[in-house]
Design a protein around this ligand. Structure first.
Ligand SMILES: Nc1nc2c(c(=O)[nH]1)N(C=O)[C@@H](CNc1ccc(C(=O)N[C@@H](CCC(=O)O)C(=O)O)cc1)CN2
Ligand SMILES: Nc1ncnc2c1ncn2[C@@H]1O[C@H](COP(=O)(O)OP(=O)(O)OP(=O)(O)O)[C@@H](O)[C@H]1O
Length: 201
């Protein structure tokens, strides 16, 4: 019997995949962002959703801003992650007002100024569009390693019947891997969307 080949660790996989997305040119990024818009703007889950959380791109992530603008044009409520000052491991989703001024968080990512009155619990959103570093076709997601999304979604493990938002990962094709090593706290995605195609949705 042969020895099973070693799976690359989450750490080295993360480094490799982050390098791959950062290597995309500005033109490739623009095309990917437009392709992503075309894949999702007419999708029933996007059309139906009233409360949608997205993110602002960082570190070569695919840019969902055309979708953000489309959602705002259609009168939907759009939300961005806001890091909690305490506990530092948590984030909340806060409604973005059109034209609102943003500030940079400790990772250098722009976010709205924290305002509890505009924050909405994750389970009360209709659609959550997640950034990711890597994905597989089984719904596996590898993130930046902060555990922010997994922690925010942990209620799903405890309360399986609570429906909550559809979870779609947004990615470049170069972020796809055959099979991700999954951790016990990982929350599976319902689907992943790239500029080229939709996986599982
Ligand atoms: N666009 C975007 N927004 C997001 C996330 C994300 O992945 N993408 N997050 C998803 O969770 C949360 C922020 N999580 C992050 C976790 C680590 C790093 C990061 O750059 N880490 C550096 C080390 C940073 C440092 O300690 O100074 C690194 O690994 O190089 C960035 C964001 C909330 N907002
Ligand atoms: N539900 C949870 N409760 C407590 N700790 C958690 C939970 N989910 C994740 N963590 C912690 O967060 C850390 C990072 O997790 P992981 O590497 O899966 O993050 P990630 O999914 O890559 O990051 P992110 O969700 O921020 O993009 C882990 O060390 C884990 O201990």
């Amino acid at each position: 019997m042969s020895i099973p080949t070693e799976q690359p660790t989450r750490h080295s996989l993360r480094r490799q995949l982050r390098e791959a997305r950062r290597a995309l040119s500005r033109l490739e990024q623009r095309q990917a962002s437009l392709g992503l818009y075309r894949q999702l703007a007419q999708h029933p889950n996007f059309r139906r959703a009233r409360h949608i959380a997205l993110y602002l791109p960082n570190d070569g992530e695919i840019d969902p801003q055309p979708l953000l603008r489309a959602a705002q044009r259609r009168g939907k409520h759009t939300y961005l992650p806001v890091l909690a000052s305490w506990p530092r491991t948590h984030m909340r989703m806060q409604r973005l007002l059109p034209g609102e001024r943003l500030q940079r968080n400790r990772f250098g990512i722009a976010e709205p100024r924290p305002n509890r009155a505009r924050q909405r619990p994750l389970w009360a959103l209709d659609l959550l569009l997640l950034p990711l570093v890597g994905f597989d076709e089984q719904g596996g997601r590898l993130g930046m390693g902060g555990g922010f999304y997994d922690r925010s979604l942990a209620y799903r493990q405890r309360r399986k019947r609570l429906l909550g938002p559809r979870l779609f990962g947004l990615a470049h094709e170069c972020q796809k891997v055959a099979c991700l090593p999954l951790a016990s706290w990982d929350v599976p995605l319902h689907g992943v969307i790239t500029a080229q195609r939709r996986y599982g949705c």
